[in-house]
Each structure stands twice: as C-alpha cells, then as structure tokens.
Design a protein around this ligand. Structure first.
Ligand code: CTP
Length: 395
C-alpha cells in the first residue's frame, strides 16, 4: 500500500532518531519514495550518510547554502505525506507558533500534503501543560499525531513519551493511505470563496468569504483519492497541486464553469458564498461622486446549487451550505428541500468561531433522510473530514 507513495521524513533532535534508519529501510522496502530532511540538532543523533544511503536520496538540512536554496514549497507539494519522526519538544513548540528557522519547519509550514508526527520526549516534558497545549494546537492545524508509547525512556525512567516503534509508524502510514483512498475514481466538484459583482471598473459587491472551508473540503476529498475540480472566486489561498483549480470572478462565471461539470460529477459541494444579486448595468467608466447619492439596480444571479438540484441524476450527491443568522434550522431544512440537495451544512453566525474568515467552524449537518448531526467547534480541516466522512457514508 505504500508502493509509489512519496514521503518527506523530517527528523528532529531526539535520541529516538537512532531508530530512524530502520524506519527508512522499512519504508523503502514497502515501496515508498523517501526524502529526508533533518534539523541541525538531529545530525548529532544519526548520520546523514546512513540516511542518504538507505533513502537513496540526498539528505536535506539547510534552507540554503552558498550556491542554492532548498525549495521547501516544491518539497511539500511533491509529497503525499510529510512524516516528522521523532518530533522533539523543541520542534513541536516551533510548529505550534509557526516559527521557521530551519528547512524542516519551512517545509512543514508550506506543506499542502497531510502531516503526521510521532512525538518523542521524556515523560515530564510530554506531560508538561505547554507540550499538551502545543500538541492540541498542531492537531487543530490538521497535523495527525501517532501516539507516544509507555516504556523505558532515555532518562532511565519508565513512563509515557517513547516514540512509536518504526513498525508501528509504517503500519500507521499503511492504514492512513488505505482509508484515504475511499474516494478513488470519484469525481468531485467544489465551489469556494466569494464572487465579485462589478458596479464599475473599480468597485464591486461581494462578501467576507475567504474560501478556507471550500479549500479544506477540496483538500480532504483529494486526500481520499477523489479527482477534484475546485471552482473558486477570488481568494488569497492556493490549493494543493493535486487539485484542478478553475478561478472565476463573478457569479455568472461560477455558474457557467460549474455547468460544464453538472453531468460528470459524483460529489458536488457548493461551499462558495455566491452573490445573490448583481448590478443590472455595470458602468463602463468609473462612477463619479453624485451630489445626493446614487441608486443601484440589482438583478438576481443564477442559483448554482438549485440549478444542480433540478438536473441531479441518481447516484450524484449534492451538498450545499447554509449560512444563517436566525431561524437557522428552519432555513437550513428549507434549503435542503427547495434546492433538492442531499445534505445541507449549516453554519450559524451566532456561534463563536464559525463562518467567514475563522480557521474554525461549527456545523450542523442535515441530510435527506431527515437526520441531523451537530458537531463541536473545530479547525476547518477537521470539519472537512467530518463532512467528507458523511459523504462517504452516503455514497
Ligand atoms: N448558492 C449557489 N448559488 C447562488 C447562491 C447560493 O450555489 N447564487 C449556494 C451556496 O453555495 C450554498 C447554498 O446555495 O451552498 C446556500 O447559500 P446561502 O447564501 O446560504 O443561501 P441563499 O440561497 O443565497 O439564500 P439566502 O441568502 O436568502 O439565505
């Protein structure tokens, strides 16, 4: 199952690093391609020569040298997963705050692939409130944690904090890639971000959508093997290289782009905050300031979700969002029926940490079978997993 999988293996300064050559050997034997990045501290624990020999690839340590710089963005995009093992207390804390003082951290911060970490530290460090908090923080950013084991530690004490054994780490990766292929051969369409409706060449009507939820969904679908097309309004984020991005600006452009896929999708998730109205006559020249104000005439835009609902075929799964400020459940259920969606994901602006711009979201999911499921406030990457789990179940 690891055949052909591309793995960046980040090694940090912990005594458990002595087990990593064995891990590299097992990954290579299982058919994976491995590129090793070490923090400078890791080089005190394990040799660069051993790792480059076993991984059959040069080991990277420095962000740059006199002649060149290591392209950490490309590394993060090349990989199917980034594994950080062992993860030391020091690197854990830097990952939690977004510090970027070596190649491993730069790669972690720019990685678009899933990140998995196997921590290793002494028991007291592992149980320190700061380490606990940092583990929670990196998990909330989407990093998966391979649990530490109980046993003999470098200090001679017995307790929690041992890095999982190489065999267990290989098994974790094996399971990770197996479950993540559940949407292989499925075609997914996702809309995300706002749309801009021009009033004149310099002004437009829009909303506060940042696209984070839609991009997280596209990433999760692609991670599980789906062939993903993301039709996105103007946003400041970029999707992983495994996603086919179609940038659009207006509601009409988004509608036309989506329609190209209406027949072929298996899963469509309409997460975009499409403008409901657009100016009837956008002015070709900049509107000059009028003495007594101006009136804008607006017309309705095409509702993409409702249009898809009208022509949906058996076997196609259609998911919409509902962003509400009041009577949330009633409006969400109304959207489910009126737009003929299979699932409506409700965000209420009443919930703290939900909706536009936040990294977190709190959702309630309504489906066609009349089921309703409420989730805790979570990072949008985790919310995306919950939504995709529901989709997988419905498929
Ligand atoms: N939607 C769409 N095309 C539009 C408007 C909305 O595809 N022109 C989709 C959104 O992507 C979302 C769902 O419809 O999945 C609900 O969007 P929302 O803005 O909450 O609802 P509206 O239908 O626009 O209704 P209202 O603004 O009155 O709540």
């Amino acid at each position: 199952m690891l055949k052909g999988k591309k793995i960046i293996l980040g090694i940090t300064g912990s005594i458990a690093a002595y087990k990593i050559p064995l891990l590299v050997r097992q990954l290579i034997k299982a058919g994976a391609a491995v590129k090793v990045i070490m923090t400078p501290a890791a080089t005190d624990f394990v040799s660069k020569l051993t790792l480059s020999t076993l991984s059959k690839s040069p080991v990277l340590i420095d962000l740059f040298n006199e002649q060149s710089w290591a392209n950490h963005v490309q590394l993060g995009r090349w990989a199917d997963a980034m594994l950080i093992a062992p993860l030391s207390c020091n690197t854990l804390s830097k990952m939690a705050v977004g510090q970027c003082d070596n190649l491993l951290l730069a790669t972690y911060l720019s990685a678009t692939c899933p990140v998995i970490a196997a921590p290793a530290m002494d028991e007291d460090m592992w149980h320190h409130p700061s380490a606990k908090k940092n583990v929670q923080l990196i998990s909330s950013y989407g990093c998966r944690i391979i649990p530490v084991a109980y046993g003999e530690l470098a200090s001679g004490l017995i307790g929690d904090g041992r890095m999982a054994e190489p065999e267990e780490i290989v098994q974790y990766l094996f399971d990770f890639f197996s479950t993540n292929q559940s949407l292989k051969n499925k075609k997914a369409l996702v809309t995300a971000g706002p749309t801009y409706e021009a009033i004149d060449p310099v002004r437009f009507i829009s909303n506060h959508s940042t696209g984070k939820m839609g991009y997280a969904l596209a990433g999760e679908l692609a991670a599980r093997g789906a062939d993903v097309t993301l039709i996105s309004g103007p946003v400041a984020i970029t999707p992983g290289s495994n996603i086919n991005l179609i940038p659009v600006t207006t509601a009409q452009e988004m509608y036309e782009a989506c329609m190209q896929y209406s027949d072929t999708y298996d899963i469509a998730i309409m997460a975009a905050a499409v403008a409901d109205y657009t100016p009837v006559n956008p002015e070709p020249q900049k509107i000059k300031k009028a003495v007594n104000g101006i009136q804008l005439e607006l017309k309705k835009t095409a509702d993409i979700l409702a249009s898809f609902g009208k022509i949906k075929r058996t076997g196609q799964l259609l998911i919409g969002f509902a962003l509400e400020t009041n009577n949330e459940k009633e409006f969400a259920q109304k959207k489910l029926e009126e737009k003929n969606a299979d699932v409506i994901v409700l965000n209420s602006l009443k919930n703290k940490g939900a909706g536009f711009g936040h990294n977190t979201n709190k959702i309630t999911v309504f489906d066609k079978r009349g089921r309703e499921k409420e989730f805790e406030t979570k990072h949008k990457n985790e919310v995306a997993k919950d939504i995709v789990d529901i989709i997988t179940e419905l498929l």
